[in-house]
Every structure is written in structure tokens, then in C-alpha cells.
Design a protein around this ligand. Structure first.
Ligand code: AQP
Length: 333
């Protein structure tokens, strides 16, 4: 790992899927490689579905705050907002002109989101912009959840095609996935936890709200009465236990659920202990950052400065490679 890039959309509250599937891994990588670990709040991606203009800036700031609270230290790593480095859009356009439409129409996320939202052209181009985000910094590793694997494969194709046609500028980056939490399920048990699906446990959500949502979350449908035995292997709550509870609790739940020794409410109360044990320190750091917002804004300012430098250098190479007329060549000698 020389350079690592990953991003998160400011489309809502950061949830435990983002934390366990991505951010936790980002923190570990940052500890290993420092400021070459580049993390981005991808606000231009967030507008590929209809968004509320009055919320976007706040959500972008909040996403940066939540990431810092979850352990990203801007004195170590690089954190910035995508729109503060306009070269992302320039490279994205160049890649758009080189990418067959068929490659984009087949993307699973595009197909899923097209069913939920009116289809904007930007939604189709989402993975091209993502390729530009990653390749602008010549990142070789992209730590993501499983849902992003297909997009990283497209990024590799984009790099390969560009290198073959113009000049060998880009690495072919690999996805890095934390298999223990590659696809955290949503509270509704109907698919992955996702900000846009209203099935989340927010990392910064207060204990009361988390409990209200958890209390009514579906479990094994065979457990209609307290006395019905259940099967933890098909229960979302047990999946969360595996992510948050200690071994002793895990074994107890695994055994007792199967013989109706504990009910679902008891099981969920047990989960709350492990869950809040993880979330409370994050929430304390978030409270500190809320009362010291300049720590967040300073991080974003210096992150964008650092990224701008790298981005400008890459774009000089790219423009030359594709044969554009260089602006600085027009100056008289
Ligand atoms: N449920 C998840 N389990 C594991 N990893 C996840 N990621 C997202 N959900 C899970 C990973 O988190 C990083 C940021 O992704 P994102 O901003 O696209 O998160 P989201 O919650 O998926 O956001 P949206 O706005 O609701 O998008 P859609 O509708 O596309 O899911 C990524 O590394 C992602 O893999």
C-alpha cells in the first residue's frame, strides 16, 4: 500500500455499516501509512440522486465530523471534501469520454438506484467519477464495503484502457475489504444497511432512538411467541452481536435463542450493551468536535490544499497524454 483512497457520501447520518465496513479499516490504514491515506467526503456523488440544497453543506461538514469522531485523525491522514478539488470533475469528464456506455448500464448500484429514484445522467456516470477520485491520486488500494467491488473493478478497467491508449500513468487499484463486516445488514433485515434506505443505526444516534428502532426490528419470523425457539443464523440481531458483543455474550445468545432460553427483547438489550460500548467513545469525541468546529474545518482546508497539489500534477500528465493544447505553452517566451 503506497497510496490509499476512499470516500463516503454526505447523504445522511453515518451508520454502523459505514463504520464497520469502511471507516474502521481507514483508521487502521491511516495508522500504517499516514497522510498518503486519503479520505474524501464525496459531495458530488451525493447529488447524483435528488438532494435538498439546504442540507448538503451541513451533511458534508457532519460527515467529516463523524469520520473524525470515529477515529480518523487529520494530523495523520488526509481528509477533504471532493468539491474543493475541482480536478475530480475534469478527470471524470475525460474518463467519461473513454468509457463504453454498456459498462455503466450494467452496474448493480445503478440498476438498484434507478428503481428508487428518477434517473439523472449523473447516476449513470457515478462509477466514472469514482474512478477519477481514486486515480487522481494514483491510489493502489481502495478500502470499501462489498457493495463497491464492482465499481473498483470498473476503475481498474478505466485505468487499463487509458494506460493502453494514451500513456501508462495510472496504477490498477485493488479493493481492500474487511471481511468481518463486508456487508452489514439493515435494521429491516431486507438488505444492506444504507443511508438512503432508512434502515440504519447511526453512529451518532442517541441511545434512546437506537433502542426504539432496534426494539421493533424483525428477528427470526419463527419466534412468534417468547416460548418459540429461534435460529440465530438467520437473525439480523445475531449478525450485530457478532460485530459488537463479547464472546461470552455471543455464545450465550447462540445457545439460548435456539432453546427459547432468552426472548428477542432480552437479546436486543444485551446487544445494546456491546453496541453502546463501541459508540459511546465515538459520540463523546463527536460532542467535543461539535463544540470545536474549527478542528473539522481546519482539517478540510489543509486536506484540500494537499490534495489540490497532487491533483494538479496528475492533470498536467493527463492533459498532455490525451493531447490537449497546454495553456502555459501560449505565453510568449
Ligand atoms: N451496509 C454496509 N456494510 C458494509 N459497508 C458499507 N458501506 C456502506 N454501507 C455498508 C461502505 O461505506 C462506505 C461509504 O459508502 P456510502 O457513502 O455509499 O454509504 P451508503 O450508506 O451506502 O450510502 P447511501 O447514500 O445510502 O448509498 P447507497 O444508496 O448507494 O447505498 C463504502 O466503502 C461502502 O462500501
Amino acid at each position: 500500500m503506497k497510496t490509499v483512497f476512499s470516500g463516503i457520501q454526505p447523504t445522511g447520518e453515518i451508520h454502523i455499516g459505514n463504520y464497520l465496513g469502511a471507516i474502521r479499516n481507514w483508521v487502521r490504514i491511516g495508522d500504517q501509512i499516514g497522510q498518503n491515506a486519503i479520505f474524501c467526503i464525496v459531495d458530488y456523488h451525493a447529488i447524483t440522486i435528488p438532494h435538498a440544497r439546504e442540507d448538503l453543506a451541513r451533511l458534508t461538514f457532519d460527515a467529516a465530523l463523524a469520520n473524525m469522531a470515529a477515529g480518523l485523525d487529520p494530523n495523520k491522514i488526509t481528509l477533504f471534501a471532493q468539491s474543493h478539488v475541482p480536478e475530480h470533475m475534469e478527470l471524470s469528464w475525460i474518463f467519461t469520454t473513454q468509457t463504453p456506455l454498456g459498462n455503466l448500464e450494467g452496474m448493480t448500484q445503478f440498476k438498484d438506484k434507478s428503481e428508487q429514484h428518477s434517473v439523472l445522467a449523473g447516476l449513470l456516470m457515478y462509477p466514472v467519477l469514482q474512478a477519477a477520485d481514486i486515480l487522481l491520486y494514483k491510489a493502489d488500494t481502495v478500502p470499501v464495503g462489498e457493495d463497491q467491488v464492482q465499481h473498483i473493478e470498473l476503475t481498474r478497467e478505466v485505468a487499463r484502457r487509458f494506460n493502453a491508449r494514451f500513456a501508462p500513468i495510472f496504477p490498477e487499484p485493488k479493493a481492500s475489504i474487511d471481511q468481518s463486516a463486508a456487508r452489514v445488514p439493515g435494521l429491516d433485515g431486507a438488505g444492506k444497511m444504507s443511508k438512503s434506505k432508512n434502515n440504519t443505526i447511526g453512529v451518532l444516534e442517541d441511545q434512546k432512538t437506537i433502542w426504539e428502532n432496534l426494539r421493533v426490528a424483525p428477528t427470526d419470523p419463527a419466534r412468534v411467541r417468547r416460548s418459540d425457539p429461534g435460529n440465530p443464523d438467520i437473525c439480523t440481531i445475531f449478525t450485530y452481536h457478532k460485530l459488537f458483543s463479547d464472546l461470552e455474550t455471543l455464545q450465550m445468545v447462540n445457545t439460548e435463542c435456539r432453546v427459547a432460553g432468552i426472548g428477542c427483547v432480552d437479546c436486543k438489550k444485551k446487544l445494546m450493551e456491546g453496541l453502546m460500548g463501541t459508540l459511546e467513545p465515538i459520540q463523546e469525541r463527536a460532542a467535543h468536535l461539535r463544540s470545536h468546529p474549527s478542528e473539522v474545518t481546519d482539517a478540510l482546508v489543509s486536506g484540500a490544499e494537499r490534495c489540490s497539489k497532487i491533483a494538479k500534477e496528475t492533470m498536467l500528465e493527463v492533459r498532455e497524454a490525451i493531447g490537449l493544447l497546454p495553456r502555459n505553452s501560449l505565453r510568449p517566451a
